[in-house]
Design a protein around this ligand. Structure first.
Ligand code: PBG
Length: 304
C-alpha cells in the first residue's frame, strides 16, 4: 500500500499525537512517515497567541506542506484549529475525545479555594474564568510547549500551571495534577481533547476515505461539529474567551457554551439540545450573542 505522509509540529505533545495517528494507520495496514515542521506558534514565544493573531498560528506551515503535496495529512490538536479553514482545506477526521477538563499541575499541593495563588496560563478563556470564579488567583502568561512551561514554573514564575488534562495525560504528567477544574465552571475550549486530521482538496477521494475510515470517531465528530459551528459564528479562534462543550445524551446532543468578559465580570452561558450538530452550534451562538455576548465580543476586539 502507498505510504501516508503525516505532517506534524515538533513539540513532544505534537509528536505523541502524530505517532498515535501513525500507529492507528499502521494497524490498519497503511505504512506511514512523519514529516516534522515548526510553526509560528512554536517559534514566537515572547508574544501572546492572542497578539500573534488568531489565524492559524499553529497550522499555517503545516497547511503549506499539505497544499504542496509534501504531506497527505496534518495532525493537530482540534483545539488549535481555526473555526473556518482557509479555502481548499478540510478536517477529514476527529479522534475519539479524551477527558475534556482543565487541570492545575504543580510540584506542591494546591488549595484553589483558600490560597492566594499565581497560576501560569496563556489562554484568555482561563484567565477570564479565574477572574470570574477565583479572584484569589492571579495569572501570569507562560508560552511555549508543555516542557518549557514546566521549566518556567519550576524556576519560580508561578505556583502551578493551568493545562488541558488531555495534553498532561498524553505526556504522562498525571502525578503532578493537583486539582481538576469543574467542567461546569471551566467549560473547555472548543475541541479540547480531540485530535483533528487536516487534508487539502488535492488529496484523492479514495485516500481521504481510507484515512477517515481508520481515524474518525463519529460521536466525537458530531460533538466537535456542534462546538465548531458555535465558534465559527462568533468568528473566534483559540484566542478569545469563548467556550463550548457538546455531549451526547441518548440520541440527542446537549451543548453548553458561552463567553466571559476579559475582566471576568460577566459570564454568559446557555444550554441547548438538538439532533443536528451545526444547527445546534449556530443556535447557541445566536442565543449567546443576543444575551449580551455581542457586546462582550465587541469589547474584547477593542482590547486584543
Ligand atoms: N493551546 C495549546 C494546546 N492545544 C491543545 C492542548 C492540549 C491537548 C488538547 O486539548 O487536545 C494544548 C495545551 C493546553 O491547553 O494545556
Amino acid at each position: 500500500m502507498e505510504i501516508i505522509r503525516i505532517g506534524t509540529r515538533k513539540s513532544k505533545l505534537a509528536l505523541w499525537q502524530a505517532e498515535y495517528v501513525a500507529r492507528q494507520l499502521q494497524q490498519a495496514g497503511h505504512p506511514t512517515e512523519l514529516v516534522l515542521r515548526e510553526t509560528k506558534g512554536d517559534k514566537v514565544l515572547d508574544v501572546s497567541i492572542a497578539k500573534i493573531g488568531s489565524k492559524g498560528v499553529f497550522t499555517e506551515e503545516l497547511e503549506e506542506q499539505l497544499a504542496s503535496g509534501e504531506v497527505d495529512i496534518a495532525v493537530h490538536s482540534a483545539k488549535d484549529m481555526q473555526s473556518r479553514l482557509p479555502a481548499g482545506f478540510e478536517i477529514i477526521a476527529f479522534s475519539e475525545r479524551e477527558k475534556i477538563n482543565d487541570v492545575i499541575v504543580s510540584e506542591k499541593p494546591i488549595d484553589l479555594k483558600n490560597e492566594q495563588l499565581i497560576l501560569g496560563t496563556s489562554s484568555t478563556r482561563r484567565v477570564a474564568l479565574f477572574r470570574h470564579f477565583y479572584p484569589n488567583v492571579q495569572t501570569v502568561d507562560v508560552r511555549g510547549n508543555l516542557q518549557t512551561r514546566l521549566e518556567k514554573m519550576r524556576a519560580g514564575l508561578c505556583d502551578g500551571l493551568v493545562l488541558a488534562y488531555a495534553g498532561v495525560h498524553r505526556m504522562g504528567y498525571d502525578p503532578m495534577i493537583r486539582h481538576e477544574l469543574s467542567q461546569d465552571e471551566f467549560i473547555p475550549a472548543v475541541g479540547q481533547g480531540s485530535i483533528a486530521i487536516e487534508a487539502h482538496s488535492s488529496l484523492s477521494a479514495e485516500k481521504k476515505e481510507a484515512i477517515r475510515s481508520v481515524l474518525n470517531h463519529q460521536p466525537t465528530e458530531s460533538r466537535l461539529l456542534a462546538e465548531r459551528a458555535y465558534l465559527a459564528r462568533l468568528e473566534g479562534g483559540c484566542s478569545i474567551p469563548v467556550f463550548a462543550l457538546a455531549n451526547w445524551a441518548g440520541d440527542e446532543l446537549v451543548i453548553s457554551g458561552g463567553i466571559v468578559s476579559l475582566d471576568g465580570g460577566q459570564r454568559i452561558v446557555k444550554t441547548l439540545r438538538g439532533a443536528n450538530p451545526t444547527t445546534l452550534g449556530n443556535q447557541l451562538a445566536e442565543e449567546i450573542l443576543k444575551a449580551g455576548g455581542d457586546k462582550i465580543l465587541a469589547e474584547i476586539r477593542k482590547q486584543l
